[in-house]
Design a protein around this ligand. Structure first.
Ligand SMILES: C[S@@+](CC[C@H](N)C(=O)[O-])C[C@H]1O[C@@H](n2cnc3c(N)ncnc32)[C@H](O)[C@@H]1O
Length: 220
């Protein structure tokens, strides 16, 4: 699958960036989210990037409140510009959130989505993501991941293998992860695998839910 760096959008604001991959995958991802997310509540997006996804999802799922985040200030400026251009009232201001940090600026979210981050960040980001999900989600809360994954130690397509080699050249700490390793990590924090959805261009949507006994927000 081709991976182009984001370009500056000519429309709403000079800060609004646009990534062709996000334009292509937003509709297939939204179709899965419509099915797996709760009807109401706050959805925390980790690594929102340009902000194209969050505005698309917020328009399609207006009952949900969307909290975008990214550690990159330029990404946050782009997210804010896209959100402003849409005028949607169910998108909160983007927050500075590094998934690998042991404390997040969010105490609670009803669901968490994270698209195309775990392979473009050190493994510590995946570790922080699942640890954070276990801190902030309620019992049964969804952690949704999207991206390319290896399965049982193998790439699922030659294009993913080439992409993986390119990632590792750019940063030896990056690389396409084994889905089984991510799932073992998630399970160690009380998140159980519910579903793997095959997506276009050799990507997957992966849905985990937090067990009641692992949630800090269990009622009673
Ligand atoms: C390839 S982009 C994906 C952006 C967007 N989710 C998408 O699919 O278009 C990767 C994003 O991960 C963010 N990122 C990298 N390391 C991170 C970390 N430790 N915690 C949170 N976000 C991180 C980057 O700032 C960047 O916006």
């Amino acid at each position: 699958m081709p991976h182009h760096p984001p370009s500056h959008a000519g429309g709403a604001s000079t800060f609004a960036r646009s990534a062709p991959a996000a334009e292509r995958n937003k509709t297939p991802i939204r179709t899965v989210l419509e099915r797996v997310l709760p009807r109401q509540g706050v959805v925390l997006e980790i690594a929102s990037g340009t902000g194209q996804h969050v505005v698309h999802f917020a328009a399609a799922l207006p009952e949900l409140v969307w909290q975008p985040s990214d550690p990159d200030p330029e990404a946050r400026a782009s997210i804010a510009a896209h959100a402003e251009a849409t005028g949607l009232s169910n998108i909160l201001a983007p927050i500075d959130l590094d998934a690998s940090h042991p404390r997040w600026r969010v105490d609670r979210a009803d669901a968490i989505i994270c698209i195309n981050m775990v392979h473009i960040a050190p493994w510590a980001a995946a570790e922080g993501l699942v640890a954070g999900a276990a801190r902030v989600l309620p019992p049964g809360g969804v952690l949704f991941l999207y991206g390319p994954f290896r399965r049982h130690g193998y790439h699922t397509a030659p294009s993913n293998e080439a992409f993986d080699a390119d990632l590792r050249r750019r940063d030896p700490q990056w690389g396409i992860r084994d889905l089984e390793s991510v799932t073992r990590l998630a399970e160690s924090h009380g998140l159980s695998l519910q579903e793997i959805v095959e997506m276009p261009a050799n990507n997957c949507s992966v849905i985990y839910t937090l067990s009641a006994s692992s949630s800090r927000h269990a009622s009673g």
